[in-house]
Design a protein around this ligand. Structure first.
Ligand SMILES: Cc1cc2nc3c(=O)[nH]c(=O)nc-3n(C[C@H](O)[C@H](O)[C@H](O)COP(=O)(O)OP(=O)(O)OC[C@H]3O[C@@H](n4cnc5c(N)ncnc54)[C@H](O)[C@@H]3O)c2cc1C
Length: 342
């Protein structure tokens, strides 16, 4: 039976495994984190659940809508309250003219990858970081994970970490071939925006018409702000969680500042933006820095195609050229298709 190693259990890696679920192929997934779904991440605290990376999945124009429903509608949440806009001087305006579904799950957005993997026979090894790859003379791939374990004999390998991390992995790949160098250089060329996310919990409800607010003129320290209470199952009645994504410029400048300071600035800025002094003083906070949050562009196609001929594949939002979950899923399904066709 052919075998495949997938590096990364985010939306792209999970979709690739799902796309191959009926193929006669042994699949092993290596994921460095404790959980699956990558930057589409969920945490729990004090009876709350919150999506502190990607806020929701949109359908896109491809197969994602059908796929989301195929995974089961139980616990699926469509956030129906609207997204409003705001400007650098803090003026809020209704509507962004976008009525597409915004999906997450009562148990959190990580359900996407959990449900995709549950439909497969793939072996998912979490807390297992891939350190290096090697290609043998007879064309097989070896994957070396932290702790020095070598997993041998893969016919294909699919890399789905963000482009800079994929470039690092390719730098340490033992395969003296121009195709490796070209793919490494192309992945290294993809630039990213960073985002610092502050999670702010309040022991009271916030009565607003909107679910989210997006800054439209790059003129505010906050890029995005949303209410987790709009997602069924995430926040108990009588409470609220604000997700505050600081703008890329602010996030880059303050990326290494202490988490408590980042949260304090985010809470104050939220209070001013929403004209509510209470918001400056959340009863608990959480933060997460996403160094490689959103790719600015797509990887060049030719090196991707060339490496594929040697059984070395890549997928992810940076391959699709769109920093969205649905684009990563589509890229994962496309990789599965290429692998099936050999
Ligand atoms: C703050 C923020 C908000 C966002 N909001 C939205 C949104 O509302 N809607 C939307 O559609 N998209 C949003 N996105 C983008 C979305 O999260 C990504 O487009 C999507 O997660 C990309 O999926 P992926 O599988 O390509 O990569 P990832 O999700 O990054 O998955 C890659 C996986 O590879 C693993 N990995 C990396 N290196 C290794 C290694 N050496 N060994 C093993 N595993 C490794 C990582 O741990 C990760 O799990 C947001 C992103 C961020 C950061």
């Amino acid at each position: 039976m052919d075998s495949l190693a997938i590096v990364g259990a985010g939306p792209a890696g999970a979709a690739a495994a799902y796309g191959l679920r009926e193929a006669d192929r042994e699949i092993t997934v290596f994921e460095k984190s404790r959980g699956v779904c990558g930057r589409a991440a969920t945490r729990r605290k004090d009876g709350c659940r919150y999506d502190h990376g990607a806020n929701y999945v949109k359908p896109g124009d491809g197969p994602v809508a059908e796929l989301v429903h195929a995974l089961g509608d139980d616990g699926l949440v469509d956030v129906t309250a609207p997204v409003w806009t705001f400007t650098g001087d803090g003026e809020l305006s209704p509507g962004r003219g976008d009525d597409d579904p915004k999906w997450t799950w009562e148990a959190g957005i990580t359900q996407l990858a959990k449900r995709l993997f549950a439909a497969t026979d793939a072996t998912v090894q979490t807390e297992t970081r891939v350190e290096t790859l090697a290609r043998t003379d007879d064309g097989d791939w070896t994957v070396a994970t932290d702790g020095g374990t070598r997993h041998t004999g893969f016919d294909d390998v699919l890399l789905t970490p963000p482009a800079p991390q994929t470039a690092t992995l390719l730098s340490s790949t033992d395969w003296a071939d121009d195709r490796r160098d070209a793919l490494r250089a192309a992945a290294a060329d993809v630039s990213y925006r960073s985002i610092v996310t502050a999670v702010l919990h309040y022991p009271f409800e916030l009565d607003r018409e909107w679910y989210g607010l997006v800054n439209t003129d790059d003129g505010h320290d906050i890029g995005w702000l949303s209410r987790e209470a709009c997602k069924a199952g995430h926040v108990p009645d009588g409470e609220e969680i604000l997700i505050v994504q600081m703008a890329p410029d602010w996030s880059r400048e303050h990326y290494d500042h202490p988490a408590s300071k980042q949260a304090t600035v985010a809470a104050r800025a939220a209070g001013v933006l929403l004209d509510d002094d209470r918001l400056a003083d959340p009863d608990w906070t959480d933060t997460q820095g996403w160094r490689y949050a959103i790719p600015n562009d797509a990887v060049a196609g030719a090196p991707v195609d060339a490496a594929r001929e040697a059984g070395l594949h890549v997928a992810g939002d940076w391959v699709a050229g769109d920093g969205r979950v649905h684009a990563a899923v589509e890229a994962g399904l496309a990789a599965a298709d290429h692998i099936t066709r050999g």
